[in-house]
Design a protein around this ligand. Sequence first.
Ligand code: GBH
Length: 476
Amino acid sequence: SGPTGATEPLVLPPGFVWGTATASYQIEGAVADGGRGPSIWDTFARTPGAVVNGDTGDVADDHYHRYREDVELLSELGATHYRFSLAWPRLQPDGTGELLPAGVDFYQRLVDALLEKGIEPWITLYHWDLPQALQDLGGWPHRDTADRFADYAARAFGKLGDRVRIWTTLNEPWCSAFLGYGSGQHAPGLTDPAAAARAVHHLLLGHGRAVRAMRAAAPAGGDHRFGITLNLYDVSPARADEPADRAAATRIDGLMNRIFLDPVLRGSYPTDVLDHLRERVADPADWIRDGDTAEIAQPVDALGINCYARHVVRAVDEPEPQGPSPWLGCEDIEFVTTGRPQTMMGWEIDPEGIYDVIARVHREYGGGTGRELPLYVTENGAAFDDPDTAGPDGAVHDPERIAYLDGYVRAALRARAEGADLRGYFVWSLMDNFEWALGYTRRFGIVHVDYATQRRTVKDSGHWFAGVARRSRDQG
Ligand code: GBH
């Protein structure tokens, strides 16, 4: 019997992508090596009070120096793919111009090491470490950043496109826009609702222009794939029979999911979201120009879905004034819990949430609409109370994480069995790392990192991951 009480051990469909994910600022360290410029996260992490314990990514997992060992671990885990991000300021310290040779060299060595082990690299161009120099010029609320991003993407593709097939532009633009410029919980730590709304648009415009530029540069017949990763959660009303709760769920769904899905996959923003922004934030006509949505809607070959939980919301009768929030103009909505067990992030464990998201995206934006849209879970995972050092038996026992992952993978595969074109799953994360504003206080890895020594230990969940890989290979 499996950890969730399921009777059959988990076996993946033939050819299913089985990977792990990381992000540059969360693992690399070496923030000044090779001429890397500062990113907004270097600046933010140094702002008193911004990150728990004053933690920074200065050293993180020292992956920049230890990447060979980490690729070796990936190989032991049986990962077919590895999703990682390029640090933009390691390639363009000021966000513009020629790429730095040391940065290019690092990523070429990493990619070559992966390929040598038969692991396919999956690149994310932007996982939140904007060059500080571009923030000084206005950052994502400023339209020029979209052009800078497309230029960076084209240049990076020029150096790595010969050996990397799969390229995604942004990771979770919701976080970049709404946590970075709305609630201020993420870099650059601003709390300006109109700036957050503008940032959404320029992130999307940057995505479209980057895809267009890379596709134009890709050799014909080269089999390159271009896409984007969105954080998508199912949103439902606390009281299904209460119209005000249903309206609240529609609004949150608009501001989290449809505000990105619709422009990328349908070529237009949802009207209800534009109306909401106009009434409560700022008039989108001030920053959306003719032709922009067509540029955003470049054809994509893959949609990455990051999903950890679900949102349940209810309408508040007498809203009280709130501090800065990522949910622009939603003082009259509150998020509720349903009483399920939680991870250390306070997220309720409910695998049906990932099933609902995949099934919905398939139905409303993918195969269900007659288009071809391969879906990938590009992140799913959980923080639990792992120890700071491995136990005397040399192991790290994390049964809750195994149960979590096993449950979510099965739920995702059920969406596939029912017709969704789901082609792969990446666990967040390969190893414990810098968890943004929560610093090193949350561990998501299937490999444990002892930060005092940089020693890596495969957790029980890592052995579970490897077991699934092995069984699937043997039976596939
Ligand atoms: C994803 O973010 C990210 O892609 C990944 O980098 C991250 O490590 C992972 O999930 C786990 O969180 O910083 O105070 O807002 C999901 C969004 C961003 C939500 C970090 C939780 C921590 C609280 N997460 N956030 S805060």
